[in-house]
Design a protein around this ligand. Structure first.
Ligand SMILES: C[S@@+](CC[C@H](N)C(=O)[O-])C[C@H]1O[C@@H](n2cnc3c(N)ncnc32)[C@H](O)[C@@H]1O
Length: 253
């Protein structure tokens, strides 16, 4: 595939106005930062001639994989020796390391033509995504921001995601498998109480820490049982952070 046309492909898409890789990389960066602001590393699967990576490398430590050695040869000329590039089929990809973000751009995924191949590709991609870190669940963006800053300034935590209600939290937990889920109880829509059993099912190894304005003594025994700990939102932030670290350490996170 692309054995004889890698250079033509590259000229066509980077040497004309058909595509704007710089803008696409900007858009992608904005999307990644929205869902995972701490992301530092990125793998581009089916990276072709590395045209997105040339821009993404300004923001991430990047790597690329593609089934075509000829496409990667052009990518290598573009990116130099600093960027690891691997000849690999996305359905059987195994690089032996994980990344904060995995992308597959410009219809690369369209080359996988059957449902089994798509399932394999998604599984292999998921196995290259870093798991762990902290997921913050609170309907107040101000509270989420304050917690993120406190955790990141502390230096021992990576905040991998934020959710504004229980449904969002369950979806992110299923994907990110965080070490710790900080869960507010009182939220509009799916609240923390309703989300708890689903979070346990979505990510059984995560420590769920209820962090709520509901006083710990008023949290239902069932919720207390499901959660690893119940903390008071009114408590001093430094002591909350310390307690989270203790819980994570006990859970082996
Ligand atoms: C349309 S190009 C996109 C390349 C690049 N992402 C871009 O935006 O220019 C599709 C790429 O998918 C790669 N590809 C096709 N099937 C693949 C597979 N099974 N595993 C990995 N790469 C594959 C091709 O070699 C090609 O480089």
């Amino acid at each position: 595939m692309y054995a004889r046309s890698a250079r033509i492909y590259d000229l066509l898409y980077t040497g004309t106005r058909i595509k704007d890789y710089a803008t696409e990389a900007d858009v992608l960066h904005a999307i990644i930062q929205r869902v995972h602001p701490g992301a530092r590393t990125l793998l581009d699967v089916a990276c072709g001639t590395g045209a997105h990576l040339a821009f993404l490398r300004e923001r991430y430590e990047v790597a690329g994989a593609d089934v075509s050695p000829e496409m990667l040869a052009v990518a290598s000329e573009r990116l130099g020796d600093d960027v690891p590039l691997e000849v690999a089929d996305m359905r059987t990809l195994h690089l032996g390391r994980r990344f904060d973000a995995v992308t597959c751009l410009f219809s690369g995924i369209g080359y996988v033509l059957d449902a089994d191949g798509l399932r394999q590709t998604m599984r292999r991609s998921a196995d290259h995504v870093n798991v762990g870190g902290v997921l913050i669940v609170d309907d107040s963006s101000g509270v989420r921001a304050a917690l993120r800053v406190a955790l990141e300034v502390d230096g021992r935590f990576q905040v991998v995601g934020e959710a504004g209600d229980g449904n969002e939290a369950v979806a992110w937990a299923r994907m990110l498998k965080p070490d710790v889920i900080l869960l507010d109880l009182l939220m509009p829509g799916c609240d923390g109480h309703s989300a708890l059993p689903q979070l346990r099912e979505a990510s059984p190894d995560s420590v769920v820490v209820i962090l709520s304005s509901v006083h710990p003594s008023e949290v239902s025994p069932q919720d207390s049982l499901w959660a690893g700990a119940v903390l008071d939102k009114a408590a001093d932030l430094a002591s909350v952070v310390e307690r989270i670290e203790q819980l994570r350490a006990v859970a082996g996170g």
